[in-house]
Design a binder for this molecule. Sequence first.
Ligand SMILES: [Zn+2]
Ligand SMILES: [Zn+2]
Length: 218
Amino acid sequence: MISCLLCSQPVKQTASWEISWLFQSPPVCCETCLAEFEKLRGPLCTICGKESVEPICEDCQDRTHFLDSNKSIYRYNDFAKEYMKQFKFQGDYEVGAIFKRALRQYLAEKKQKIIPIPVSEARKLERGFNQTTAILKQSDIIYEELLAKRHTEKQSKKTKKERLAAEQVFSFVGKEACEETEVLLFDDIYTTGSTLNLAAQILKEAGVEKVSALTIFR
Ligand SMILES: [Zn+2]
Ligand SMILES: [Zn+2]
């Protein structure tokens, strides 16, 4: 019997054919907890993936977009905030496996190389892991770390305006230029989009033509 990683209740098992055919692994979170994560429903902004009646939302209207588009899976609701606290700040590495099914389903049709948003070395030491690569690793998703991040003050301590006007913190650590024409950035949360936009800028400077993003929450 598997216990839910979030509430410790027993997890209802899926038929074995479904596990092997579609997901290749049993669920690690109970249905009750999973239902607390609210899927984002359309209509969505075609750029940032926010729920919006306009095809391009207000936030996206007068900004420089290095990031071509973002797709987020779930709303960053109170349950998601609690989850992130457990995962990121209490360092519960295991719970990174919860989105395996949702991510694999989304990525099934995608051919682009997946590039996780890095954390600085200092942050990695403090937390013990990078949350984005932790999620990908536990979801058996292949990725390539083509970006590095230098240490800066925590995003959460900055005001929205400061985050929007953020200076470049990423650098390209791949070979001379990126051979890919399209890549997919991966991050845990889309807040203002400034982090992903900075990362996309670096990738475009390295020769990538199209940079999209997949984020779990927004
Ligand atoms: Zn549960
Ligand atoms: Zn938007």
